[in-house]
Design a binder for this molecule. Structure first.
Ligand code: ATP
Ligand code: MG
Length: 228
């Protein structure tokens, strides 16, 4: 089977997961894993799984961003990034991919996504997962206070930022915005998409840093060959 066939199959599997999920989403807990995923890597997947298990979340919804306002460098085509998330989650019934942000034409903001999620999953409880770096700059996000009203936030540790620093930030956010937010220690994996892109630029290995299918997709489509 070619990688294109596997993407098509992953797409269908994911559509079925989504349909099943939307039909019975009352009183469930949904974890949201947002990101650029340029490309998705094992730290994203391991963090999502660890938090799903720790918080007894029913499903994790991966939402690749469309045109994120914060990122300054040129970002890989959103369909490539979405396809790589599909390929990474094909074997996990608890991981579902949403195209709600990549379908949006304008800049994508978390606040719009949270509002949309609240409309689709009316009686669900939403847990928005962020890494330590993301929680530290959350105040630059659009409508920061409203974000906290719509979801619980979980801040995962990430190499380079101590739990102490995260907890200080959380205290500050609770005081300022009455935010519902908790930190969680996750077993650390010092991987970033930036690191993976750099490895690829230097023709160095990315094996075991991303799922095999993602590696195959990257080589097949020749993304990340032309510098950042
Ligand atoms: P980039 O280097 O391009 O910024 P990234 O690896 O940070 O990529 P993003 O798509 O920016 O990946 O991140 C999506 C989410 O995953 C963010 O909340 C980020 O904090 C979290 N995250 C990414 N890598 C890790 C990691 N190694 N450990 C814990 N959380 C992570
Ligand atoms: Mg990042």
């Amino acid at each position: 089977m070619t990688i294109n066939n596997i993407v098509d199959e992953s797409f269908i599997i994911n559509q079925n997961k989504l349909k099943k999920f939307e039909n019975k989403c009352d009183n469930i807990k949904i974890g949201i894993m947002g990101g650029t995923f340029d490309p998705i890597h094992y730290a994203h997947l391991a963090t999502a799984e660890f938090i799903r298990d720790s918080y007894k979340l029913d499903k994790i919804l991966f939402i690749p961003s469309g045109n994120p306002p914060h990122k300054k460098r040129k970002i890989t085509d959103k369909y490539h990034r979405y396809n790589m998330v599909l390929l990474s989650t094909i074997n996990n019934d608890n991981f579902i991919v949403s195209d709600m942000e990549i379908k949006r034409e304008k800049s994508t903001y978390t606040i719009d996504t949270l509002k949309q999620l609240k409309q689709i999953y009316i009686n669900a409880e939403i847990y928005f997962i962020t890494g330590a770096d993301a929680i530290c700059d959350i105040e630059t996000w659009k409508d920061v206070e409203e974000n906290f009203k719509l979801a619980n936030f979980i801040a995962a540790t990430r190499p380079g930022i101590s739990l102490l620093k995260i907890n200080e930030k959380i205290k500050d956010l609770k005081d300022k915005y009455n935010a519902n937010i908790e930190s969680i220690y996750v077993p650390s994996l010092d991987i970033s998409s930036t690191y993976i892109r750099n490895q690829l630029n230097k023709n160095k290995t990315i094996r075991y840093l991303v799922p095999e299918l993602v590696q195959e997709y990257i080589y097949n489509k020749q993304i990340y060959n032309n510098g950042e």
